[in-house]
Design a protein around this ligand. Structure first.
Ligand code: HEC
Length: 182
C-alpha cells in the first residue's frame, strides 16, 4: 500500500521541480527576453510572399528578353536597379535561415537543412555578383539559385505529391523565368 501512495507523490514532486526549473506559465514557453519565433504562416504563404518575390527581384534583372525589335538586355542600367537585385539576393540568403527555424523544417531534416543552407550559400554568391554589376555572373548565379528551388521542390513537394495522388497534372514548380527558358 505504501508503495502506491508514494509513487504519485514522487511524480508530483518531480513535476514541481521541473516547473520551477522552467519558466512560469506554460512548460516550454520562452522566458521574457528569450527568442520566440512565430511560424504561423504556412509554407505556401512564406514561399509565395517572401521566397518567390525575392527570387524574381533578382531574376527579372538578368539575361535577355526576345522582343519583336530584337533582344532586350534585362540587366539594370542604374545603381538603384542593381540594388533591387542585391535586395532580392539578401532576402534569399535570409530565407535559407528562416527555412531552418524550429517549426519550419520538414523530415528528413538533414536534407531539408541541406537545401536551405545551399540557398543561402548560392544567394550569397549571387548577391556578390549583383554588387559587382557583373551581368554574366548574375545570369549564371541566378540559374544556380533556381536549381536549389527545383531540387527542394522535387524532394519535398513533387515526390510526396506523386506518392499521395499519382503523377502531377499541373505544374507544381514556380514558373521558369522567361530568360531562363532559352
Ligand atoms: C528547403 C526547401 C525549399 C526550398 C529551398 C525552396 N522551396 Fe519553395 N516550396 C517548398 C515547399 C515544401 C513548398 C510547398 C508548400 C506546401 O505545400 O506546404 C514550396 C512551395 C513553393 C511555391 C508555391 C507556393 C504556393 O502558393 O503554393 C513557390 C512559388 C515556391 N515554393 C517558390 C520557391 C522559389 C522561387 C525557391 C527558390 C528561390 C524555393 N521555392 C525554394 C520548399 C522549398
Amino acid at each position: 500500500m505504501k508503495h502506491l501512495i508514494t509513487t504519485p507523490l514522487i511524480t508530483l514532486a518531480a513535476c514541481a521541480a521541473l516547473l520551477t526549473a522552467c519558466s512560469p506559465g506554460k512548460p516550454g514557453a520562452p522566458k521574457a527576453g528569450e527568442p520566440k519565433f512565430n511560424t504561423d504562416l504556412p509554407m505556401t504563404e512564406f514561399m509565395g510572399h517572401f521566397v518567390d518575390p525575392a527570387a524574381f527581384m533578382y531574376w527579372k534583372g538578368s539575361g535577355y528578353e526576345m522582343t519583336e525589335a530584337g533582344e532586350r538586355d534585362l540587366s539594370p542600367t542604374t545603381d538603384e536597379g542593381w540594388d533591387v537585385l542585391v535586395s532580392g539576393a539578401t532576402m534569399l540568403m535570409e530565407a535559407g535561415n528562416l527555412l531552418q527555424m524550429p517549426g519550419r523544417t520538414r523530415a528528413p531534416e538533414a536534407d531539408w537543412n541541406k537545401y536551405a543552407q545551399l540557398l543561402t550559400e548560392r544567394a550569397a554568391i549571387a548577391r556578390a555578383a549583383a554588387e559587382k554589376h557583373d551581368k554574366q555572373a548574375v545570369f549564371d548565379e541566378g540559374g544556380k539559385v533556381y536549381e536549389v528551388c527545383v531540387a527542394c521542390h522535387e524532394q519535398f513537394v513533387i515526390q510526396p505529391d506523386i506518392k499521395a495522388n499519382g503523377p502531377a497534372k499541373g505544374d507544381p514548380l514556380p514558373a521558369i523565368p522567361d530568360d531562363k527558358k532559352k
